[in-house]
Design a protein around this ligand. Sequence first.
Ligand code: F6R
Length: 609
Amino acid sequence: MCGIVGYVGKRNAEEVIIDGLSKLEYRGYDSAGIAISQGKDTIAYAKKKGRLSMLEDYLKEEPILGHVGIGHTRWATHGEPSDSNSHPHLNEKETIAVVHNGIIENYMEIKEMLISEGYVFKSETDTEVIVHLIDKFYKGNLIEAVYSAIKKLRGAYALGVIAANHPNELVAVRKESPLIVGLGEDEFFIASDVPAILKYTRNVYYLENGEVVHIIDNTLTIYDEKKNKVNKELKVIDWDIEAASKGGYDHFMLKEIYDQPQAIKETLLRRLDKNRIICLDDIKMTKEQLEDITKVYIVACGTAYNAGLIGKYAIEKLAKVPVEVDIASEFRYSDPFMDEKTLLIVVSQSGETADTLAAMKLAKSRGARVLAITNVVGSSVSREAQDVFYTWAGPEIAVASTKAYTAQLVAFYMIALDFALKRSTITEDRYSELINQIEGLSSLVTQILEKKEDILNIVKDIKDTTSAFYLGRGVDYMTAQEAALKLKEISYIYTEAFAAGELKHGTIALVEEGTPIFCVVTQDDLVEKMISNIKEVKARGAFVIAIAKEGNTEIAKVADDTIYIPKTDNLLMPILSVVPTQLVAYYASLERGNDVDKPRNLAKSVTVE
Ligand code: F6R
């Protein structure tokens, strides 16, 4: 996790770095720090526990001037959030400063070695070994010292390094953790992600693993692991800073919930040809290769995993291939059977999730083909995969994933339809019907969003509960799992999802007078069974809120409250049924006075295993 920003140019580095860090707070926000070269053989720095605003307040009183610097916003991995554990970390003489995103796996052994050589550690972080290693190898040449230091490191790191003796220089390195370089006019930026520098430039280089960046004054050179110069293709970012800002909404999460109609449209329409056939440009698998696939795994974490559950349902139903879904951190250690007839589909909004990346590497090493569904162009996941499906949901900033999830569902439906057509497991009529229905989802989501006041009123009734449940059957149970994750992660209400028929096998013991139970009821053939389950929990005092298809009057007779959603094909209902649950989570968080976009203990991009 963590976000890093660096600057070399004529502007006030403090301003550029703080502004950049404010765009990266989604990567971590438990402490922040900045270091700026002072030109007279010194580095000035400030580090503060807490949100970036703590550092900003401090810098208002004690500004740090200068034109070359690095900054960091942290999500703790080693050592609690504190001033001393915040980055940048400096060597004892305070002549070298380092910011780091990632994890150094062998830091304990390096630390012991350095301590035996007389180095004194001031923090509990793994990062501190890096700055002492650079110090140890420093013989007057900063980039050489960095090369020597990184040879000793095992793990993931994106680094920014400055040194007092090199007041016009910045060295940066990327291995496994993301890092980009931005090019302005006579100025350079480094950052963990594009929004940090978009205010200043759209021209960026995406660094590959092992690349080392050397910036001195007006010169930028990029080297590979073996110190050969690398010529990279400059990419021009074609989305706007507006796309990465709140656009008038109170929170990023609300904006992103409202972005969904557009995200659904973008993800689908740009890939339909004039005959309304899906064209998946970045999926290069041939019809023959597809026909050869005997097994599909879908692997991901959190919300992306929940999208995978529905992906399985869609692929099995339409393309008739067996699919297994697994959590990335479990999949890696389960010794899964894979060969060249296996297709691994990974799903990752950020494209940087460490567990997901590790699962991909394992699958590739066993000969499986890897298809990535990701929202971030140029992300690690997209580069590791043979085939990519980009969800064009736009940047997702709120920690709680919403529009990325619905765009992932659209991606799965499209992949399932494409596979089905190529494998001849779907009729042309059914194919066209589903394409039309997917296209229609966008305006149906808008209709649901118009009911936000009703949902707020329901939430007001249940906001003080300590626990809640989501129930569903079939595909509604999968929606329930995503809904429960969303509610617990931002409202801190203990929420569990259950297959409605399973509740009576133990968990129903937890139902008390007034326990809120949300029941997702969108599958026509399961309505009667769900009504029985609703009666069971009502009989034990539950307060039932149903999420049901318009026209289902039977549900309203048994539930205490009903949120009606428009109808579409049963298979596609998860895209609609999840929307009210996102609003339930949003309003519950708001009503309970939480920080909606930055829930406690969490970070957006989980780049540690
Ligand atoms: C929950 C949430 C997380 C992520 C998970 C995977 O709202 O956002 O559960 O879905 O950390 O992240 P990505 O999709 O970036 O791999």
